[in-house]
Design a binder for this molecule. Structure first.
Ligand SMILES: NC(=O)c1ccc[n+]([C@@H]2O[C@H](COP(=O)([O-])OP(=O)(O)OC[C@H]3O[C@@H](n4cnc5c(N)ncnc54)[C@H](O)[C@@H]3O)[C@@H](O)[C@H]2O)c1
Length: 255
């Protein structure tokens, strides 16, 4: 098998439609030699149907990152398909409606707690659940939306992403000795289910379309997926705790 990820065994979370960033990661990873196991949340039959659209139909295991039971059983379920893991992709985010669209000042703690558990804490939970399968080291890669700024309408999801960015650095700190790297891709706005759940998301779309120095496609997940592949590959062996922007250069300008 040839390709950037030849021989790598990956767990890819977060596929819900073929527009999911995770779907592009899984597709490109298979095309580049990786063996992929998917995890799905909620409508598992839907995820299984989407999994059949990959170049190689991928097995799907159930994982709700807020379920201690699912996390505890993850390694054994993955082992039914592969004998270990070289990489884990965290492509998971959720915030209740109260936390988005301008609701920052009024969102109740219970809703904020849900956003943080699913979108931030789960990065660590997922990595720890997969750790027994990563005895030879490997890579954990997640997706963020540049959390160095307060964006309109992103609200508590922005706080969750700031936490995710920090959690990735702490994971890098704590798992580095075991040869495990932790890096994030900061993607520009992409039309996925998660994005559509954000009221006012079109503001991002307009800003990126008008101002990203390289231009930006709202429907092309491949640039973000390619960066994930690079970080999962052997070509970033000494990079951890890093955030790679895949946003057409938007983060670099002052407009
Ligand atoms: N779409 C964008 O504009 C954009 C930009 C930057 C970063 N991101 C991030 O990319 C990641 C993937 O999102 P996407 O845009 O592909 O949208 P998506 O809706 O396709 O994927 C989000 C995934 O999160 C999963 N999920 C939600 N709650 C879960 C839970 N409790 N347990 C397990 N999985 C759960 C959903 O099932 C879904 O598959 C998210 O972290 C998102 O914040 C998205």
């Amino acid at each position: 098998m040839s390709g950037l990820l030849a021989g790598k065994r990956l767990l890819v979370t977060g596929v819900i439609t073929d527009a999911s960033i995770a779907f592009s990661v899984a597709k490109l990873a298979q095309e580049n030699g990786a063996q992929v196991v998917l995890s799905g949340y909620g409508r598992l039959s839907l995820v299984e149907r989407i999994a059949k659209r990959l170049p190689e139909p991928a097995p799907v295991i159930e994982l709700d990152v807020t379920s201690e039971e699912h996390l505890a059983g993850l390694a054994d379920k993955v082992r039914e398909h592969v004998d270990g893991l070289d990489g884990v992709v965290h492509s998971i985010g959720f915030a209740p409606q109260s936390c988005l669209g301008g609701g920052f000042l009024d969102a109740p703690w219970a809703d904020v707690a849900t956003a943080l558990q699913v979108s931030t804490y789960s990065y660590k939970s997922l990595a720890m659940a997969a750790l027994p399968l990563m005895s030879s080291g490997g890579a954990v890669v997640g997706l963020t939306f540049d959390a160095t700024k307060a964006w309109p309408v992103y609200d508590w999801m922005g706080v969750a992403k700031a936490g995710l960015e920090s959690a990735s650095r702490y994971l890098a700190l704590h798992l580095g000795k075991q040869g495990i790297r932790s890096n994030l891709v900061a993607a520009g706005p992409l039309r996925t289910i998660a994005a559509k759940s954000i009221p006012g998301f079109d503001q991002f779309e307009d800003a990126w379309t008008e101002r990203a120095p390289l231009g930006w496609s709202l429907t092309d997940q491949e640039p973000a997926a390619r960066a994930c592949l690079a970080l999962l590959s052997d070509w970033f062996p000494a990079t951890t705790g890093e955030i790679v922007h895949v946003d057409g250069g938007y983060h670099a300008i002052g407009a």
